[in-house]
Design a binder for this molecule. Structure first.
Ligand code: MG
Length: 317
């Protein structure tokens, strides 16, 4: 048998080069995914998360839509909520604050109690929102004072939220702010911070006014456990995102993790949950079962920003 040493040499070099490159690619990936290697970042399935990120980067910005909750997701974990900020309106009566305070005391523990199933929670959340709507009906809240109410509120956005929204806008990635809070307050806050880009769409509970008098909410009620893409079916925004099968989703409550329900022909859905509860033993397992990435005590947008930036530049992190 005559050995073709030239051929063997070429083949050996080829195999060596492929192995060498693969090793480096692999090492690079492991090294650069170190952003996930932080005590603040928890994942149930790190390999699965890395696989999803690679797919998102590969398929790029034109296949991506971004869905985020507002209260304590875009804003920091200690921020006042949009409903709370409504109460800063100079015309908001003290007596109604007492009533809404009683409702929060009654229903909020149920909303966050992991012992209740979602099915058990839904009718109680509807009851809460209907009672809140009743409290608001008849109040004289001139729209001009919303801005003053928002300005006086303690509602800081997470670090680099502005940069993240700017990149999403520049890349033309449709961005849905989905909130069971008060849409008017969110719209005002977004405008005040110059986040009201053309790609940003807000779905929330907007107040129905009769002159300056509140006459309940416009349209169907959005509560914590029914906010999902079914709520935007038939809208122009829904048509915009129809062919964008990949989703990055951010939320701070367990219900938020279902916001991408209803996305047609869904591809990769990467869910990021912010968890700030001190009682991790109780909440962390639940968050890990609903979110791909759980961020603990993180008041920044570092991780979402890093992911969006990588997708836009199509740089594998
Ligand atoms: Mg929230």
């Amino acid at each position: 048998m005559i050995l073709n040493y030239g051929y063997l040499r070429v083949t050996y070099n080829r195999v060596f080069n492929i192995m060498h490159r693969s090793t480096f690619l692999c090492l690079d990936c492991i090294r650069s995914f170190s952003i996930l290697d932080s005590p603040k970042v928890r994942c149930n399935d790190l390999d699965g998360v890395i696989k999803k990120i690679k797919q998102l980067v590969l398929e790029g910005k034109d296949n991506l839509q971004f869905i985020t909750d507002f209260d304590r997701t875009m804003t920091k974990s200690y921020s006042e909520t949009s409903f709370g900020i409504l109460e800063h309106h100079p015309n908001f009566p003290e007596s109604v604050k007492i009533e809404t305070g009683k409702l929060v005391k009654k229903y909020l523990p149920i909303e966050v109690d992991p012992k209740f199933t979602v099915e058990e929670k839904i009718p109680l959340m509807v009851e809460w929102w209907e009672a809140s709507e009743e409290c608001l009906k008849g109040l004289v809240l001139d729209y001009a004072n919303f801005e003053a109410a928002v300005k006086s509120a303690n509602m800081p956005f997470r670090e680099d939220c502005d940069r993240m929204l700017k990149i999403l806008n520049q890349a033309g990635i449709p961005t849905l702010i989905f909130s069971a809070g008060i849409g008017d307050v969110i719209q005002c806050a977004v405008k005040l911070h110059s986040f009201d880009y053309a790609n940003v769409h807000i779905v929330s509970n907007f107040l129905k006014f009769n002159g300056d008098v509140v006459d309940g909410f416009k349209g169907p009620m959005i509560h914590i456990f029914n906010k999902n893409e079914h709520a935007i079916e038939g809208t122009a925004y829904f048509k915009d995102v129809k062919y964008r099968k990949n989703v990055i989703l951010m939320g701070d409550s367990l219900g938020d993790a279902d916001m991408a329900e209803g996305v047609e022909n869904a591809g990769v859905i990467l869910k990021i949950g912010f968890l700030s509860s001190k009682d991790l033993t109780l909440f962390l397992p639940q968050y890990l079962s609903k979110y791909d990435i759980v961020l603990l005590e993180d008041e920044t947008m570092d991780i979402p920003l890093f992911l969006i930036d990588s997708i836009v530049k199509q740089n594998l992190p």
